[in-house]
Design a protein around this ligand. Structure first.
Ligand SMILES: C[S@@+](CC[C@H](N)C(=O)[O-])C[C@H]1O[C@@H](n2cnc3c(N)ncnc32)[C@H](O)[C@@H]1O
Length: 202
């Protein structure tokens, strides 16, 4: 039996977090499809952790694109830096910052994803509101979370999981509109959204 779950992930090493990201690899295709990522695009990976998803995004945007991997943990991004060096990936910019207050200072992002992050965040609504402020109007956003009505055989305990309806309410309060919902597995779901678009019921 491992260490009990902690919201700040201190019960796991970054190696273990990366291994868990790799186990969720099958979720990434739905996320990138919803974001309609083009080569040369600039994509924000908010709460990137040790960077499994950032590396997948880097393949899609290509050498002329940019993935901005934002995380409050310098250690997580140092893990990603090592992988980038080993794999000679230069189109990922790592930013150690709290995404609730981060200001990209003139960077124009085309799309963003916040996957398996908000149940770790201290102020998830504030994080979404900051994202709505810094993304262009109409830009796509994908949110991925663990479903509370699930076996809970992987991921966080049921008590910290965020229901889709709650996530939709937070997103709408922040200024996003839901354009799609998918239960990807019994444990995982995603919301596709647009910044400042008319709302859709899920
Ligand atoms: C489980 S990892 C998720 C990694 C990745 N997004 C994925 O889909 O696998 C959660 C990450 O969110 C980060 N995080 C949580 N709250 C944050 C915040 N307010 N600002 C920046 N990063 C945050 C944590 O440091 C952690 O690395």
């Amino acid at each position: 039996m491992g260490e009990p779950y902690r919201k700040d992930l201190s019960h796991l090493t970054w190696d273990e977090v990366f291994a868990r990201q790799a186990l969720r690899a099958d979720l990434v295709g739905d996320w990138t499809e919803a974001l309609q990522i083009q080569r040369g695009a600039c994509v924000l990976d908010i709460g990137a952790g040790p960077g499994y998803v950032s590396l997948e995004l880097a393949e899609l945007v290509g050498p002329d694109g940019l993935v901005c991997a934002v995380d409050r943990s310098a250690e997580a991004l140092a893990y990603l830096a090592t992988l980038q060096r080993e794999r000679a990936v230069t189109q990922i910019r790592r930013v150690v910052a709290d995404a609730t207050t981060w200001d990209p200072e003139g960077m124009r992002a085309d799309a963003a994803l916040v996957t398996m992050v908000l149940h770790h965040a201290d102020e998830p609504l504030k994080l979404l509101a900051n994202l709505a402020r810094l993304l262009p109007k109409g830009a796509p956003l994908v949110l991925g979370e663990f479903h509370p009505d699930a076996p809970c055989e992987v991921g966080p305990p049921q008590t910290v999981r965020i229901a889709p309806e709650e996530l939709q309410a937070w997103s709408e309060a922040a200024g996003f509109a839901v354009t799609g919902y998918k239960r990807q597995t019994p444990e995982h779901y995603m919301l596709a959204l647009r910044n400042g678009s008319p709302a859709m019921a899920i």
